[in-house]
Design a protein around this ligand. Sequence first.
Ligand SMILES: [Zn+2]
Length: 276
Amino acid sequence: MNKRQQKKYIRRIKKFLSVSLRIACVSIVIWQFADAMKNDSLEDASVNAGNKIPVSTPHENYDTINVVNKESEESIGVEQTIYNQNKSTLVLVNWNHPFNNEDVQLVPICKGRLEVASAMYDDLKRMLKAASNEGFNYWIASGYRNWEKQQQLVNEDVGKYKRSGMTEGEALSKTMQETAMPGFSEHETGLALDILCAENNKMDITQEKYAGNAWLQQHCSEYGFILRYPRGKEDITHISYEPWHFRYVGKDAAAYITQNNITLEEFYERINTDTR
Ligand SMILES: [Zn+2]
């Protein structure tokens, strides 16, 4: 190796050492910077945990809303939802819930002989048409009755029983078993109907022997009506079985009440309301 070649090798070795040294220095700097970043991140995390309100991701918020909605729906219940949507047609009038709304929207039926709540009119027409298609026809004996008319019915019954030999008290007691006192009849709501089969004009238990009454009892809920005073529920309604007395409550409520085999009183036991 001559002198020129020796100088060349020395230059190469110096260059190699210089490059190596630089690489080593840069590596150390990067390693230390990375380590510093790691420590900073941990510090931030601990600060967040201590002092800041954790921020939910949008996905977490969505889940929370869903859970709340599910819980509130379950706590409301289907009967409460039905009630909330049909308060006016579900009004409860019975022996201990007087009716005190004078503002009843009425429409004439039976060529003006009777009036009923306008809320039931379309469904009543559809029900009677469907029954007619099956060959059943009826005489609607009673719809809306105002306070005075109800009082008149009570007076007539008391008079009838007195004439048969009862005292005033006995006659009134007997009447109260069969006829609601004024203010306590749901006929005053315009939502009740006494429907007699065309072949039988007696407003008594014999109605149920006719196919037309059986059809009504079976199908009335499809049109928003319920048999208001069913057999076997006398202790709850305080009214004897009346196969002729139908009450409009709206289709959802009628379906629920019929499917659950309950009365309007029992429906109210299942909901929370101060507006009975
Ligand atoms: Zn009636």
